[in-house]
Write a protein that binds this ligand. Structure first.
Ligand code: FDA
Length: 322
């Protein structure tokens, strides 16, 4: 089922169909407060009232013209100003193929550095999402270029690394060496066995080992550069996170460190029952909230992570469903 859903995530035909169906849009709302910037602002203000800061991402990927890149950059600039106006504690997250990586890597580098600088001027760091494996090397180079373009005091930039890729242990050392912050996740794409682990238990083990390495590097005080931006563990696997020392409430003597060196992040709408506890816990906690019209491939990846989410879609099809 996971493979089927990830295959379907690449279908332009299904994307058009999904956007037209009310019951699909109703299900998407579980993971997305709305398509408009005002929706993400309102959701973020509600989270702030619960002491939960946010990271914003505008959905969309694999754009193919410079005009679309300009549009994406303009949308992020509008978001930066809206967040600054609302006084939100904000990070941004952006997909490199949304900034042109797929058709013009130079344009993408210029757009990324410009965005990182603009966000930095308002005190907001920028994360580069990690997409399918052919983009990994170019994304790491982008992250290094963004890091070099900024002074140590700037809020800076970081990059997502996927635990399922065989290459990630080396990439992690390379990013630590370059003083680039890392957001570690398990990985959301359908990847072949040549490049990625296929067994979920093996992916969990890889995540645990890499998270341990990241925490060890953080504990050596590397939160000074990049404007104090912390490394991130992006996961809803509370059971796995609870096996790492000092991350969750009641997690042992390391728990109360005020200079907690890593942050936990989760996606909007997922494992919400843990959020208040995490927000009051020993390490900072943040929620990544998305907005925008181009939600179809991203939504399909959320379904693939937990195929039982399909039941919400099925419920929407029934009489009286959303
Ligand atoms: P796992 O999939 O094992 O889930 C653990 C538990 O969480 C499940 O048992 C379930 O209860 C709950 N859960 C997880 N996903 C759910 C869902 N969709 N719906 C309902 N419940 C769910 N990936 C990537 O390739 N590139 C990237 O740039 C990013 N960026 C990113 C940022 C942040 C902040 C997060 C949290 C995640 C990402 N991801 C990502 C996605 C990541 O790779 C991964 O697919 C998901 O986080 C799911 O993996 P978990 O670690 O949550 O574990």
């Amino acid at each position: 089922m996971r493979t089927l859903l990830l295959k379907a995530s690449n279908s332009a035909f299904l994307a058009r169909q999904a956007r037209r169906r009310r019951f699909v849009r109703a299900t998407v709302r579980r993971f997305l407060p709305g398509e408009a910037l005002e929706d993400v602002v309102a959701a973020s203000e509600a989270l702030r009232a619960r002491d939960i800061p946010v990271c914003w991402t505008r959905l969309g990927e694999y754009v193919s013209t410079p005009g679309e890149v300009d549009e994406v950059v303009a949308a992020y600039r509008a978001a930066i100003h809206a967040a600054a106006g609302a006084g939100l504690d904000l990070q941004l997250s952006v997909k490199p193929t949304q900034l042109g990586l797929g058709f013009d890597p130079d344009l993408c580098r210029r757009a990324t550095v410009a965005l990182v600088r603009d966000a930095g001027a308002c005190g907001m760091p920028v994360w580069l999402d990690m997409e399918a494996h052919p983009t990994v090397e170019a994304t790491l180079e982008l992250a290094e270029a963004a890091r070099r373009a900024l002074p140590d005091s700037a809020p800076g930039a970081g990059v997502c690394l996927q635990a399922y890729l065989h290459r990630t242990p080396e990439d992690l050392e390379r990013m630590l060496e370059a003083d680039v912050r890392v957001r570690l996740v398990k990985g959301a794409y359908r990847e072949p066995a040549e490049v990625a682990l296929q067994d979920r238990r093996e992916v969990d083990e890889a995540f645990r080992a890499l998270a341990g390495r990241l925490m060890e590097a953080s504990a050596r005080g590397t939160v000074d550069g990049s404007g104090g931006l912390r490394h991130v563990l992006g996961s809803h696997d509370v059971e796995l996170l609870s096996t790492l020392p000092g991350l969750l409430p009641g997690g042992g003597e390391e728990a109360a460190s005020p200079a907690a060196p890593v942050e936990i992040q989760m996606l909007y709408g997922i494992r919400t029952g843990f959020w208040d506890e995490l927000a009051a816990g020993p390490v900072p906690f943040r929620v990544l909230v998305s907005w925008g019209e181009h939600w179809y491939p991203w939504f399909m990846r959320r379904l693939a992570e937990r195929p039982s989410n399909l039941r919400f879609l099925v419920r929407g099809l029934l009489p009286g469903g959303g």
